[in-house]
Design a protein around this ligand. Structure first.
Ligand code: ADP
Ligand code: ZN
Length: 528
C-alpha cells in the first residue's frame, strides 16, 4: 500500500477516495480544489457543514510542501490533527497549549518536510520565531479558516487576523485559500481587502439549508416553551440551546435537568476542564442537550444536532445563521427555534448604548440588530429573508413558520398612532420618558400605583387602547421598534420617537403588522 502522503501524482479525486473514503465531491469542492492545486488564490463562502475542510486538505496532499492552516480554534486543533492522523495524513499543530518538547518535535517534522498540514493559531504569525521557522521550511499552501474573523465589525473579530495580509508579502508565490461560513457581500469584500485577496477567485455556495425548519415564536415563558418543543418534537434528540447570559445558561440547564432532559452547560464562567468535559460528552454521547452562550459552537462538527434553540435574540442575522447552522449537518430534518420578546430589544439596545467603541461602531451594531428584528417580524418566508440578507434570491420555502402557518397581517396604523401619541404626550406634556410597560398600562386604562402616582390617568390617551390585550400591545411596540418607527434608549428601556414616527402620527404612513399565531395566555390580570 502506498502511504497516504505519497500523493504527488495522484488526482484530487483519487485522494478523496483513497484517503478520505468518499466517492464524489460535493458542490463546488472539485472546482475549488483544482483552482488551488493549480496555484490560484481562493475565497470560499460555504455554509457550515458544506465541506470546507477538504477544500484545503486535499490540495495540501496534492501540492508539494506543507500546507499551513491558520485557525482561531485552538481547542479543536488536537481533534482535527487526530482525525487526520487517523486516516494517515501527516499533520501537526503549534499553539500555546504545547509544551517545549512537543513544540520542538512539530518544528523538526515541519523542517524535515514530514508534515502535510501544520495548524497555527493566528497569533503565532505575530511571533518572529514562528515566522522564522516558516521561512526555513517549504510551504505549499496557506489556508485561512474562519476568515470572517478579519472583519472588524463582524461578530467574531480577532485582531490577530489583521496581520495575515503579510502572508502574501512574504510568500508571494504560495497560493492562499480563505474560508468562512458566514459572509454577506460586504463581509466578503472586507475579507478580500484585508487579507490582500482582491485577485482571488470567489466561490460562493448556496447558503440555503433546506433541511432546517426556521421558526420564530413570541417569547412568553421561554423555558416552558423550550421544554414543550423538546418533549413534543425532539425527545431524546441532541440539541443546542443558546442563552445570552451565563446565569440564564445555568438556570435553563437546571430547569431542563429537573424536568428529565439530559442537559449540560457551557459558558466562559465554567473552568476550562468542565467546559472541555461537557463539550466532549456532547460530541461523543447521544441525545444530550447543550445549554450555552455563543462561546460554544464554532468549529463543532456534530452531524446529528436535531435542534438549535435561541432563548434570547441573537445580535445579528449572521450570528443567527451561523448558530442555527449547527443543526442538521447530516442533512436530516432539523429545527431552528427562536423565542423573541420585547425585553430582548430593550436589553440589546442597552448593551449597544453602553458598549465600548465609537459612534460608528455602535451604529453598525444597531444596524445588525435592526436586520435581526426585521427577520423576526417579517410576514414573508423566513428563508427568503435570511438568504436575501446574504445576497441570494429564493422563493417561499414551505419549511418555515411563516410558510407553514402564514401569519395574518392586520392594519396596525391606528394602534401605532395611539402608542406613539402616548409616548409623545408623556414627553410634551410632562417632559417624561417611560418604558413599554407604563405606556401599555396607560393605553389599557389601568390605575396602577405608578399610573396614579404620576397622574397618568389624566392624560387624554388614558384608556384609549382597551381593544387590544397587553400581549398585543407589546407586539405593537416590538413591531414599531422593528420598523424603526419607535426606539428604546437608556438603562430602563424608555421609549422615544424616531424621525419617521411623525409620518405615522401625521397619517402619512400606514403600518402593517404581523398578528401573533396563537393567542397568548393571559399572563397578568388587569390591575385595578
Ligand atoms: P465545514 O467546515 O464546511 O463546516 P466540514 O469540512 O467539517 O464542513 O464537512 C462537513 C462534513 O461533511 C464532514 O463530516 C465531512 O467529512 C463531510 N464531507 C465533506 N465533503 C464530503 C464529500 N465530498 N463527500 C462526503 N462527505 C463529505
Ligand atoms: Zn418559508
Amino acid at each position: 500500500m502506498t502511504s497516504p502522503s505519497d500523493t504527488l501524482t495522484e488526482t484530487p479525486l483519487g485522494v478523496l477516495r483513497r484517503v478520505f473514503g468518499y466517492d464524489a465531491f460535493r458542490g463546488e469542492q472539485q472546482e475549488i480544489i483544482d483552482h488551488v492545486v493549480g496555484g490560484g488564490d481562493a475565497l470560499v463562502l460555504m455554509p457550515t457543514g458544506g465541506g470546507k475542510s477538504l477544500c484545503y486538505q486535499i490540495p495540501a496532499l496534492v501540492r508539494d510542501g506543507v500546507a499551513v492552516v491558520v485557525s482561531p480554534l485552538i481547542a479543536l486543533m488536537q481533534d482535527q490533527v487526530d482525525a487526520l492522523t487517523a486516516v494517515g495524513v501527516r499533520a501537526g499543530f503549534l499553539n500555546s497549549t504545547l509544551d517545549f518538547d512537543a513544540r520542538r518535535r512539530v518544528e523538526a517534522a515541519f523542517l524535515a518536510g514530514e508534515l502535510d498540514l501544520l495548524y497555527l493559531a493566528p497569533e503565532a504569525l505575530g511571533s518572529r520565531a514562528t515566522v522564522g521557522l516558516l521561512e526555513r521550511g517549504r510551504i505549499g499552501l496557506f489556508a485561512i479558516d474562519e476568515a470572517h474573523c478579519v472583519a472588524q465589525w463582524g461578530h467574531d473579530f480577532r485582531p490577530d487576523y489583521l496581520a495575515l495580509s503579510m502572508l502574501h508579502e512574504r510568500w508571494p508565490a504560495v497560493p492562499r485559500i480563505a474560508l468562512t461560513a458566514t459572509a454577506t457581500a460586504s463581509t466578503a469584500a472586507e475579507i478580500a481587502t484585508r487579507l490582500d485577496l482582491t485577485g482571488a477567485r470567489h466561490f460562493v455556495a448556496s447558503f440555503d439549508r433546506p433541511n432546517i425548519q426556521y421558526r420564530i415564536a413570541p417569547k412568553r415563558e421561554p423555558r416552558k416553551q423550550l421544554l414543550d418543543l423538546i418533549r413534543t418534537e425532539h425527545p431524546g434528540d441532541a440539541g443546542i440551546v443558546y442563552c445570552l447570559s451565563r446565569a440564564s445558561v445555568d438556570k435553563t440547564a437546571e430547569f431542563l435537568v429537573a424536568n428529565g432532559v439530559s442537559a449540560l452547560s457551557y459558558h466562559a464562567g465554567l473552568d476550562a476542564a468542565t467546559r472541555a468535559g461537557n463539550q466532549k460528552r456532547f460530541l461523543r454521547e447521544d441525545g444530550l442537550v447543550m445549554v450555552a452562550t455563543i462561546a460554544f459552537g464554532m468549529g463543532i462538527d456534530k452531524p446529528d444536532v436535531r435542534f438549535v434553540a435561541h432563548l434570547d435574540l441573537p445580535r445579528s442575522v449572521e450570528g443567527y445563521y451561523q448558530e442555527t447552522g449547527r443543526a442538521g449537518r447530516d442533512g436530516l430534518p432539523s429545527t431552528a427555534w427562536l423565542a423573541y420578546g420585547l425585553q430582548d430589544v430593550v436589553q440589546q439596545r442597552k448593551m449597544i448604548d453602553s458598549s465600548e467603541g465609537d459612534l460608528a461602531h455602535r451604529r453598525v451594531l444597531a444596524a445588525h440588530l435592526d436586520a435581526m428584528l426585521a427577520l423576526c417580524e417579517t410576514v414573508e418566508c423566513r428563508r427568503v429573508r435570511l438568504l436575501s440578507y446574504f445576497g441570494q434570491d429564493s422563493g417561499p420555502c414551505g419549511n418555515c413558520d411563516t410558510c407553514l402557518e402564514p401569519p395574518e397581517s392586520w392594519d396596525g396604523t391606528v394602534a401605532a398612532q395611539k402608542l406613539l401619541s402616548t409616548v409623545l404626550r408623556l414627553h410634551r406634556e410632562r417632559n417624561q420618558k417611560f418604558g413599554a410597560g407604563q405606556c401599555v398600562d396607560i393605553l389599557l386604562g389601568r390605575r396602577t400605583e405608578k399610573v396614579t402616582q404620576h397622574r397618568h390617568d389624566a392624560l387624554t390617551v388614558f384608556g384609549i387602547g382597551e381593544e387590544l390585550s397587553e400581549a398585543e400591545w407589546r407586539g405593537v411596540v416590538r413591531q414599531l421598534l422593528a420598523q424603526g418607527l419607535l426606539a428604546v434608549e437608556g438603562d430602563y428601556g424608555t421609549l422615544v420617537l424616531t424621525d419617521t414616527s411623525a409620518e405615522v402620527l401625521g397619517r402619512r404612513r400606514s403600518v402593517p403588522m404581523r398578528r401573533e399565531a396563537a393567542k397568548p395566555a393571559r399572563t397578568r390580570a388587569a390591575k385595578t
